[in-house]
Structure formats: structure tokens, C-alpha cells
Design a protein around this ligand. Structure first.
Ligand code: 2P0
Length: 350
């Protein structure tokens, strides 16, 4: 028969997510199984997303990934696990239906681009692995649901499993050893709370000193406070946060968000030797949010920080003049900022 010279191709985008209940700690580092559940808000794809095109052809030699125009290393165990899982699913379809082209035997070519400065260190691995997995799943025409694909994305990077959905997303830790129940689910779509906004304060564009993977391993191994966090604090915060989102209770949402950020960074400080992600400008941002809330006489803004010094502030659109106005003056050290939303509206100022 004639050789198949077709190039098969599919594209997709995946959003950045910012956790309000933090993932920090693995019970199984190989499968990226977490020590606790977590919950995130997906940011608007208008400003923060990864666009990935996956293609395959019989003539392609091996697999490759180009990220922002540069060839990327794909030999790592996590990327290989994603490729292997997706190929196995495709191979099962091909075995069941011999008329399907044998895409599982072809080399994969992935081309990926972020529409935000990768240097700013804004959760790019979450959007990156989510887009990679979704693009290949589209190329292979897999019948898997987003929840099922989140199990694959999780093996690339834990937080990536939450970027398979928009809106408010929970990653349920699960308790199975093979990770088959450690997946994401939708708590509420973005449209449930359309006036939610996120302001991203780019405090530093420098690469972080301690990677999340190694930082959380050190915390698990050495922090006593962390044991209290996973046993009691996170389960209570997950329940309160889900209820706050269902009721659109911003004050409660904000309090849990800030307490969670503080709890996570306290566990980093309790790690031995300690890990510090926030700098003096980050701490000034916390004071600025406290001052905004004190002046308003109610909680209208919430800060959160991940494994770096950059600050994300959640607020409601009706409070935009107050919140944005307060930030434009106080933070001299902030190099840029980005206004995004959990829903549609957003604008860039970097
Ligand atoms: C989160 N972070 O929930 C937390 C809060 C950082 C602080 O998920 O090792 O890059 O790839 O599973 O997902 C960062 O950790 O770690 C992270 P890996 P990941 O968003």
C-alpha cells in the first residue's frame, strides 16, 4: 500500500491558574501525587495562556518540543510520562479500529507559545503541560474527559491538572496508590462569579531560587508545621473556600486566600534550612492590601503568593477604582502589572 504522507495536526490553548488553596507537598514524587487537595482560579486566556500545536507524520523521526521559538528538552521523566500515557490511549483506539491511521507509531512535533512574558515566572508550567496534553489528545481524537486528561497533565506538573478547566477548579488529592483518583474537577465555571478580577504585580522577573519540586520535598521532609497544615488546615480551608465560591462570598473567599498564602509561606519558613520566596516588595504588597481593606472597612482585596515574589490580588470589578488606584501609587519597586480576570475582561500593562 501507499505510504501515508499526511501531516496530522491539532491546536489548543490552556490557561494559567493561580491557587487560592495551595498545593505544596508530594506523597509520591514520581506520579506527582499530592499530600493535600488544592483549589485554583483560572485566569483569562485573553492575557495568560499557552498555545500549543501538536502534529505527527510518518516522516517525523523522533519527538520534539519548541517553546517560544527554542527547542526544549523533552527527555525528562514527566514529559515522557505524558507522551507514553497519551500514546497508549491512542494505540488502544487503533487496536479497536484498524481503519484508523497509526498515529501512535509516528513522531510527535509540538510547538508551544506563551502570550505572556515567560520570564515573569507566572505559573507557566501549569498552562504548558495542560496545553501539551490537550493538544495531543485532540490530535489523537481521544474520547477522554477533561478530568481524565487531568490525570495525565498532573504527571507533567502537579498544578497543570487544574488548567484543564476554566473557572474555579479543585484538585482532589485522592487516596489510591496508582493516582487514578488524583484529578481535577470543576467547582464553578467563571460565569458563576463574572465580576471576579485578578491583578498581577510583577515584583521580579528573575527565575526563582528554589524550584517548587525541590522546595516542597524539603518541606515534607523537615517541617513540623507542615504536618498540621495537611492534617487540619487545608481540609478546613478547602471546605470553607468551596462554600465561599458557591455563595459568592468575597470576604470569606479573600480571608481563606490570604490565610492559605500565609500558611504555605510559613511552612516554607519552617522548612530546615528555611525557604523564602517573598521579598521586601512582596511584603509591601501585603501591607498595601491590608491598608486597602482597613480604609474600606471591609475586605475588598486578597493577596496570594506562589513559589516566587510576584503578587496576585483578587478583587471584584466594582472595587476596581479603589484597588487599582491604591496600587498605582504605593509600589515603586513593581516592574509591571497585569490585570486579568477569572472570566472575560482583562487588560495588559507590563
Ligand atoms: C499551587 N504551587 O498550588 C502551588 C502553590 C506553588 C505554590 O503548584 O513539582 O510547578 O511540577 O508538581 O505544580 C507549583 O508546583 O510543581 C505549585 P510540580 P508545580 O499552584
Amino acid at each position: 500500500s501507499m505510504a501515508d504522507t499526511t501531516v496530522y495536526r491539532a491546536s489548543t490553548t490552556a490557561p494559567v491558574n493561580i491557587a487560592v488553596v495551595k498545593y505544596w507537598g508530594k506523597r509520591d514524587p514520581k506520579l506527582n501525587l499530592p499530600t493535600n487537595s488544592s483549589l485554583s482560579v483560572t485566569l483569562s486566556q485573553a492575557d495568560l495562556r499557552t498555545l500549543t500545536t501538536a502534529s505527527c507524520a510518518a516522516a517525523f523521526g523522533g519527538d520534539s518540543l519548541t517553546l517560544n521559538g527554542e527547542l526544549s528538552d523533552i527527555s525528562g521523566a514527566r514529559t515522557q510520562a505524558c507522551f507514553r500515557e497519551l500514546r497508549a490511549r491512542r494505540a488502544a483506539l487503533e487496536a479497536a479500529d484498524p481503519s484508523l491511521p497509526k498515529l501512535s507509531a509516528m513522531g510527535l512535533k509540538l510547538v508551544s507559545e506563551n502570550n505572556f512574558p515567560t520570564a515573569a515566572g507566572l505559573a507557566s508550567s501549569a498552562a504548558g503541560f495542560a496545553a501539551l496534553v490537550q493538544a495531543i489528545a485532540n490530535l489523537y481524537e481521544l474520547p477522554d474527559t477533561p478530568a481524565q486528561l487531568s490525570i495525565v497533565a498532573r504527571q507533567g506538573s502537579g498544578s497543570a491538572c487544574r488548567s484543564l478547566f476554566g473557572g474555579y477548579v479543585a484538585w482532589r488529592m485522592g487516596d489510591k496508590e496508582d493516582g487514578s483518583d488524583s484529578m481535577a474537577d470543576l467547582v464553578a465555571p467563571a460565569s458563576h462569579w463574572p465580576n471576579m478580577r485578578a491583578l498581577i504585580l510583577v515584583v521580579s522577573a528573575a527565575k526563582k531560587g528554589v524550584s517548587s519540586t525541590s522546595g516542597m520535598q524539603q518541606t515534607v521532609a523537615t517541617s513540623g508545621l507542615f504536618q498540621q497544615r495537611i492534617a487540619n488546615i487545608v481540609p478546613a480551608n478547602m471546605a470553607t473556600m468551596e462554600e465561599a465560591i458557591q455563595r459568592r462570598d468575597f470576604a470569606k473567599f479573600a480571608e481563606v486566600t490570604m490565610r492559605e498564602s500565609n500558611s504555605f509561606h510559613a511552612c516554607c519558613a519552617d522548612t530546615y534550612p528555611p525557604i523564602f520566596y517573598m521579598n521586601d516588595i512582596s511584603k509591601a504588597a501585603i501591607r498595601a492590601v491590608e491598608s486597602i481593606n482597613a480604609k474600606a472597612g471591609k475586605t475588598i482585596a486578597a493577596y496570594t503568593f506562589d513559589a516566587g515574589p510576584n503578587c496576585v490580588v483578587y478583587y471584584l470589578d466594582e472595587e476596581a477604582p479603589t484597588v487599582l488606584g491604591a496600587f498605582s501609587g504605593v509600589l515603586g519597586g513593581v516592574t509591571g502589572w497585569k490585570e486579568g480576570s477569572a472570566g472575560v475582561k482583562s487588560s495588559v500593562r507590563l
